[in-house]
Design a protein around this ligand. Structure first.
Ligand SMILES: O=C(O)[C@H]1O[C@H](OP(=O)(O)OP(=O)(O)OC[C@H]2O[C@@H](n3ccc(=O)[nH]c3=O)[C@H](O)[C@@H]2O)[C@H](O)[C@@H](O)[C@@H]1O
Length: 437
């Protein structure tokens, strides 16, 4: 059958066919244009044809600009189903939002590599360089993970995805991240972290089967908490930024969906996650870029000159925590949008348990980059920052077997190696103005 089709498309002697057709057309042409009157009619006909072709073309161009989405169609659904299909017995089928993000890419890859099915969803917004997100998408594609370009606020898209695939799990990592950017663009936090979350939960509650949900909260919910290390039992009612407030709201919102609809929910409070393919807006990343370019870096200090500190957590440890959360998540108990019984609700700290000060972070970067940083020290502005974070991880250790193993020295070494290979940066030639260590 295949052979016949190919023969139809590619005649055995194409040159001969062309010649025969050309002769026939030539003869017909002479016959048609025998009189000048007929020629005039033909000319008019050709002009009309060209004009209608051009106007059709411009209609297609302008309407495509207003097409509502880049998703849909049979081929698209085929890709979704293929990507969602597990490649191991008992494998999961996971819808992963924020798949082209930093944590999302790493978790997607880990799941795919062990044989789970993963469909990514990401809106590729320009909070930071979208080309980095596209590059992550390409890595995922090369491993068989399809990433849909769309927003978690798109009700129709979510309905289509849940129609196409009976997802067993949703790993919800899409969010407006960044603590200090909330001052500049508060609406984007409400859009993604509140409205988007609710839209996603609505789709999950109505899905059949209801998926189990694991989602990214944040260490920032501890806000101005001074009791260390931060435990999940501590109060989280004094957020210091709108970002933290939207993550805290997310914890309350997911609780109501758990309570009313029986959705199984696991919230993960990530502590300043860093590593290869990371987020350019974060301090370790932007410091690296500036140090290599010989530009100054701004290091904030706390009250009375006290150094700020973070419980920096390496991406591979976070991925293990995410995967263990999916593996231990109980099934949702609802169906047809109604709860059938109590469902699991958990919140875990995923940190490193060893805070490091920001000046110490800078020193490690200087050693790895072999370039001295130009430090501009200023007092921490009142823009949402908190002086320190420190995770108590006993609950995650007990329930998830979570056990972080990468310290900041080892983790930043891997980050710098990736940074130099990805950006092709040669510090010896490009940072001439910087003093070498
Ligand atoms: O753990 C978390 O929950 C949060 O961790 C990070 O937030 P943050 O810890 O503020 O991370 P960075 O923006 O990388 O800042 C790290 C430290 O460097 C300091 N910093 C930042 C930027 C700067 O220019 N100078 C400076 O000294 C900050 O004050 C902070 O102490 C992420 O950006 C948040 O999305 C995440 O939710």
């Amino acid at each position: 059958m295949m052979k016949m089709k190919e023969d139809d498309l590619f005649p055995a002697t194409p040159g001969k066919v062309k010649m025969d057709r050309a002769l026939t057309i030539n003869r017909q042409f002479h016959r048609c244009f025998a009189s000048s009157g007929t020629m005039f009619v033909w000319a008019l006909f050709l002009i009309a044809l060209t004009a209608s072709y051009l106007s059709l073309q411009s209609f297609v161009d302008s309407s495509s600009r207003y097409l509502p989405s880049s998703w849909g169609g049979m081929q698209w659904e085929k890709q979704i189903r293929a990507s969602a299909t597990p490649r191991r017995p008992g494998g999961k089928s996971v819808l992963l939002t924020g798949a082209a993000g930093f944590v999302g890419t790493h978790v997607s890859l880990a799941l795919r590599k062990r044989g789970d099915g993963v469909v990514g969803l990401d809106n590729f917004n320009n909070y930071y360089d979208p080309s980095l997100k596209k590059a992550r998408k390409a890595v995922l594609a090369s491993h068989g993970v399809f990433v849909v370009e769309g927003d978690i606020n798109d009700v129709r898209l979510l309905a289509k995805l849940f129609d196409a695939v009976p997802f067993s799990h949703v790993m919800h990592l899409a969010a407006q991240a960044g603590v200090r950017y909330a001052i500049e663009n508060p609406a984007s936090y409400v859009h993604s972290n509140i409205a988007g979350l609710v839209t996603l939960l609505e789709a999950c509650k109505s899905a059949d089967p209801q998926p189990s949900i694991v989602w990214a909260s944040s260490s920032s919910v501890y806000g101005l908490n001074e009791k260390v290390p931060f435990s999940e039992l501590d109060r989280t009612d004094s957020p210091a930024s709108l970002y933290a407030a939207t993550k805290k709201a997310g914890e309350e919102i997911t609780h109501t969906y758990n309570h009313i609809y029986g959705l199984s929910i696991t919230g993960l409070r990530f502590f300043t996650v860093y590593g290869p393919w990371g987020r350019p807006d974060m301090a370790y990343f932007s410091f690296t870029r500036n140090i290599l370019n010989g530009k100054p870096i701004t290091v904030y200090s706390g009250k009375n000159g006290v150094d700020l500190a973070r419980d920096f957590t390496y991406i591979d440890d976070i991925v293990k925590g995410c995967v263990a959360s999916l593996d231990t998540a109980a099934k949702s108990t609802g169906s047809g949008g109604r709860k059938q019984g109590p469902a699991q609700y958990r919140i875990f700290n995923l940190g490193n348990t060893s805070p490091v000060t920001v000046p110490a972070l800078v020193r490690i970067l200087e050693q790895n980059l072999k370039v001295k940083a130009k430090i501009h020290e200023v007092e921490m502005p009142g823009n949402g920052d908190v002086p320190f974070t420190h995770a108590n991880i006993s609950y995650a250790r007990a329930e998830l077997g979570y056990n972080p193993t990468t310290n900041l020295e080892a983790g930043l070494k891997k980050f710098v190696k990736w940074y130099l290979s990805y950006y092709g940066f040669n510090p010896r030639t490009s940072a001439k103005s910087s003093k070498s260590l």
